[in-house]
Each structure stands twice: as structure tokens, then as C-alpha cells.
Design a protein around this ligand. Sequence first.
Ligand code: DQA
Length: 151
Amino acid sequence: MNILVLHGPNLNLLGTRETDVYGTVTLDKINGELESLARELSVSVTVHQSNGEGELVEWIQKAGGRYDALVINPGAYTHTSVALRDAVAGVGIPTIEVHLSNIYRREEFRQHSYIAGVAVGQISGFGADSYALGLRAAVAHLRAQQATAKK
Ligand code: DQA
């Protein structure tokens, strides 16, 4: 089982960025934890971060046929990007949307996600743990699909 994890814009600044909202954990730490969780779950993860919308679209497009699921924190593009939504819908890969903060407790402009409507589900508000929960959710979703396919 191969899972692609994508981090969107400004998430490379985790650790120093708005620590009252996002905490002090760095992206490297989150990625290290995802890799050890992947080993525990016997799956493989590939992780990328980009500040560019087009680059994220390219990675999502390339994920088709290569990865079984996508775990994505689209950052601010969550609230603006029809292009990311169309990429997820077009590739048809099961997608889990994650956010460190609870976007529904924040400014009104953050309370709408273009991705949620094409995702399997969304995890929002558990800080760095949102990623681990997202990876677990992706694996559980794929295993449930496999079990149904065998019946
Ligand atoms: C975020 C929430 C977004 O509104 C924001 O633009 C981010 C991070 C989160 O993880 O809580 O960059 O996706």
C-alpha cells in the first residue's frame, strides 16, 4: 500500500509560524513521525511539500496509478483552489484532507473547503496528530475497500 502525503503552502514554516495556532512542531518532525507510523502499519509513504498550487496539481495528477491514497493538507489553497479540487476529483484517488487547526473555529474564510466535497473525509483540529490520524484513516479506508472487494 503506497500513500502520498502532500503539504501545501507555508507548512514548511511549521515550528516558527503562528505557533499559537499551529504549535512548535516542525514539518521534519511530522514527516519523521509519519514514516515511523507507516512502518508500524506496514505501508509506504512518500512526502512532498510545495508552496506552489501548480506543483501540487502535478503531484496529484502523477499520483494516479502510483499511489493508493492521498493525505493532503492543502493549507490556504483549501479555501481558494478549484484546481486542486479538480485534480483530486480527476485522478479519483481516495483522499483524506487534514488540517492542524480546527478550520471551523477560525475566520469565516477558512470555514469552506473546496477539497472536502471530493475527499473521503477530513481531519481538522488535532495539531500535528491530524497527520497521523489522516494516515490511519487512509489505511483503514483502503483495508476496508480491499475486504469488500474480496467478498
Ligand atoms: C491549515 C489551515 C489553513 O486555513 C491555513 O491556511 C494553513 C494551515 C491547517 O493545517 O490548519 O496554512 O491548513
